[in-house]
Each structure stands twice: as C-alpha cells, then as structure tokens.
Design a protein around this ligand. Structure first.
Ligand SMILES: C/C(=C\Cc1cc(O)c2ccccc2c1O)CCC[C@H](C)CCC[C@H](C)CCCC(C)C
Ligand SMILES: C[S@@+](CC[C@H](N)C(=O)[O-])C[C@H]1O[C@@H](n2cnc3c(N)ncnc32)[C@H](O)[C@@H]1O
Length: 261
C-alpha cells in the first residue's frame, strides 16, 4: 500500500550530482544577489550609522585588524569586501606611496562611496588604492599575489565561507597573514544577550529612521548563524592555513581572526 509514497520519495531523491550542484549554485546566486542589494541599499548611510552606533569605536577595531594583518611599507595588500573603504584607507597608510592596495567588493554603490572618499582626502598615499568590483568567492588574482589581506565584516556576509577562506589562502604569499574582523558569536550568554539587546533596541530603531529596519535586523540573524572564534580557527586550519588565532575585542562583542598561510 505504501508504494506510491515510497516511489514519490524515491523519485525526489534520484537527482544526480550535477543537478544537486546546479541547485546549490542557484541557491548561492540568489542569496548573493540579495546580499549585494542589501549592502547597496545601506551604502548612503553605512559610515554614519557605524560611527553613531559604535560611538566611533569601529574605527579602533578596524585599526587593530589592519595591524594584525602585518601589512608594511611597500607591500601589495588586499581588502576583501572593502565596502566604503575604511580598512583599505588604513592599509594605504601602512604600505605607503610605494605600496599597493586593492579594495574589492561586489557592491558598486559601496565602491562609489569609497572612491568619493578617496577623492575628498588630501593624503597623497591614498593614490595607491585601486577599487575593484568583484566577488570574494572568485578572486581575480594569481596565487601568492598579496603580502597581507584584510576582511572586515565580510566573512559573516558571504554565501560560502569555506570558499572565501580558500580564496584568501590561495592569493596570499606563503608566511603572510589574513586578518578577519567581525562581530563575535560569543559563547558568554551575558555578552550574547547584550549584543542582541543593543541590536534590537538601539541599532534597528536607529536604522528605522532611514527606512532600513529590515537591513539592520539581518545583523542579529547573521551573527546567530555565524561561527564562534574556535570554529573560525578550525575553519582556517582545515582550509590549509598553517596557523590561526582568534582574538576577542570590545569586551567580546567583536572578534578578529588572524590566519597565517
Ligand atoms: C562596523 C560595524 C558593523 C558593520 C556592519 C556589518 C554588517 O554585516 C551589517 C549588515 C547589515 C547592516 C549593517 C551592517 C554593518 O553596519 C560595527 C559597528 C556598527 C554596528 C552597526 C553597531 C553595533 C553595536 C554593538 C552591538 C554595541 C556597541 C557597544 C559600544 C558602543 C561599543
Ligand atoms: C558590512 S560591509 C563591510 C565593509 C567594510 N569592510 C567595513 O569593514 O566597513 C560588508 C561588505 O561585503 C560586501 N560583500 C558581501 N559579500 C561579498 C562577496 N561575495 N564579494 C564581494 N563583496 C561582498 C558587501 O557588498 C559589503 O560592502
């Protein structure tokens, strides 16, 4: 009697590896398009809300991330998911006029903000920055191309974290470091509760003033679906990095993974 149900179940599970791969790819493409659209929508207010909502502290955290990257004078460095360019500008100051910085992002609107900030700033070293529209999951660079990489508030937002980490490893020179800054998925209940309370009761209401409530509500769910510091260290090591260390900052609200190729 159960034959039709079993047949039905069987038929839905007969898909080939190729169709499963196609489904996975279409899933990623759809989610990636949604993410791209989200960050393009928030581009006009992104910097100001970050400054106001973190009381300017995000600039301290980004400076720490750049220091951990090991970028130095004359280096060729990459800021992945560069957005409005905060980390790229800090890298530019580190590598100096003889160095080279590439800021890569798949949101053109974020890159327009970054480029206009570059034009408005008088520091001559910022001329060493090039903005590139591209995908963190398919970096358009040869193997071993960069002396240092930063990824600020990006790994939590890409649709394939393993792929993003593998691409970072590939384009890094051996012995060089990737510095990955993001919210910390804290294992401390009090910290996690405070982080969620701040997002629910401060961040989202502020974003609502700009019609961006849904975009900033995404923060909480994305942190809940993120990896803990220990899981990030393991992801880096399993991807082929020789060494990985996660540092909690901002009282455990944020965290920075430093991975050496
Ligand atoms: C620079 C920061 C966040 C960048 C950022 C990352 C994302 O994935 C987003 C996704 C969707 C919308 C916006 C973003 C986004 O802005 C961190 C600082 C800015 C935060 C918006 C504020 C976070 C507040 C902390 C939870 C508590 C700060 C306590 C104290 C004032 C330091
Ligand atoms: C929260 S912003 C971070 C911007 C900047 N790094 C900072 O620290 O302020 C995340 C950025 O990642 C970009 N992004 C997300 N997924 C991406 C991908 N697969 N390839 C390139 N950029 C991506 C978004 O367009 C957005 O600009």
């Amino acid at each position: 009697m159960a034959a039709p149900t079993v047949l039905h179940r069987c038929s839905s599970s007969i898909s080939s590896p190729a169709t499963r791969q196609l489904r996975r790819r279409s899933f990623h493409v759809r989610f990636s398009d949604d993410r791209q659209a989200l960050f393009s929508r928030i581009a006009p207010v992104y910097d100001n809300l970050n400054d106001v909502l973190s009381l300017g502290q995000h600039r301290v955290w980004k400076r720490m991330a750049v220091s951990w990257s090991g970028a130095k004078k004359g280096d060729r460095v990459l800021d992945i998911c560069c957005g409005s360019g905060d980390l790229a500008f800090l890298l530019s100051e580190k590598v100096g006029i003889d160095g080279q910085v590439i800021g890569l992002d798949f949101s053109r609107k974020q890159l327009v903000v970054a480029s206009s900030k570059q034009e408005q700033r008088s520091n001559p070293c910022y001329k060493n920055i090039e903005w590139l529209e591209g995908d963190a999951l398919n970096l358009p660079f040869p193997d071993g191309h960069f002396n240092a990489i930063t990824l600020g508030y990006g790994l939590r937002n890409v649709v394939d974290r393993e792929r993003a980490v593998e691409e970072m490893l590939r384009v890094l020179r051996p012995g060089c470091k990737a510095s990955i800054l993001d919210f910390n998925k804290s294992m401390q209940p009090i910290t996690a509760l405070f982080q969620e309370w701040m997002i629910d009761n401060v961040v989202v209401p502020a974003a609502t003033q700009y019609g961006l409530a849904e975009e900033y509500k995404y923060l909480k769910s994305s942190i809940q679906q993120y990896l803990t510091g220990k899981e990030l260290e393991l992801l880096a090591l399993l991807s082929g990095f020789s060494d990985a260390k996660f540092y909690e900052i901002a009282g455990g609200l944020m965290g920075n993974l430093v991975a050496r190729r």
